[in-house]
Design a protein around this ligand. Sequence first.
Ligand code: MRU
Length: 342
Amino acid sequence: MLPTIEWRDDRVIMIDQRKLPGEEVYVECRDFEDVAEAIEKMVIRGAPAIGVAAAFGVALGFLRVERSKDSRAEFSRILTRLRRTRPTARNLFWALERMTAAHQENQGLPLDELKKRLIAEALDIEQEDVEINRQIGQFGAELIKDGDSILTHCNAGGLATAAYGTALGVIRAAFEQGKKIRVFADETRPFLQGARLTAWELEKLGIPYFVISDSMAGWLMRKAEIDLAIVGADRITPNGDTANKIGTYSVAVLAKENHISFYVAAPLSTFDFSLETGDQIPIEERPPEEVKEINGKLITPAGARVRNPAFDVTPAGYITAIITEKGVIRPPYEKTLADLRK
Ligand code: MRU
């Protein structure tokens, strides 16, 4: 499968996720500003993939710093710009913190060496993400039975990570184990990550699937056509509250009402230990055009006012378990998460 993002010849190459599934085209980023714009405009999206892109953005920006400049000031300029791109994805800030630590720890090195060190750190973040997703896949696949029908929301696949995926990684691991499963992919209005990206990945992987519009999930659960739901996460607080793509909360409430397990799959880098509950998670509001238009064509009265929160928060009480690279945790999350990190 095509990589989501790649460091190649001191440039960053990304598949343009806005064009999928119609066109498989790549965007080349030559500086951190290109990377920042790519994140903002959703060329690349999905919390772990945003984290990898941000790390590459820092390495790329720092690589271009000239000897005559104050390299510390340049580093913080790059960071400030990348920090402003997407407010909800915890992995963005986590990756920037890791790059900052690498920068600080290697201050004594000559500039050229420091540049190489930052590139190596960004590549480590990318490689580790692939390994972490495989581990999430292995733990999560144990929760899936042969014959299960699985609902997923948004895209938490290879495109949303360095490769393999979190929620879709679990589905993929179960499929690789020979389990006969099928997937219901919510289309995920307004950006259609499910219809465009999850379906594209499932198609390539040969995993049987149906695309459904978001409003169909409840009815299919009631008709016992869905056995479990699994989604990714953008930010999780230590009590288990989980921010993920708008519409996730509705899926979780419907799952509980219909006695269906609702799982979240995410790496530990998605947890925000500086917050206490989901109420403190910043929720990104995206441009109204995403709701008012489809493929650039207006579908509402031109003057319609819209709201476009890109994420919602599912309270921990709706989440059956959270699948991480270190294992599966169940409520009470404060305790099981602390035990997991020991
Ligand atoms: O706005 P997006 O497409 O970046 O939102 C993506 C999601 O909500 C994903 O479910 C989440 O980032 C997890 S991706 C492994």
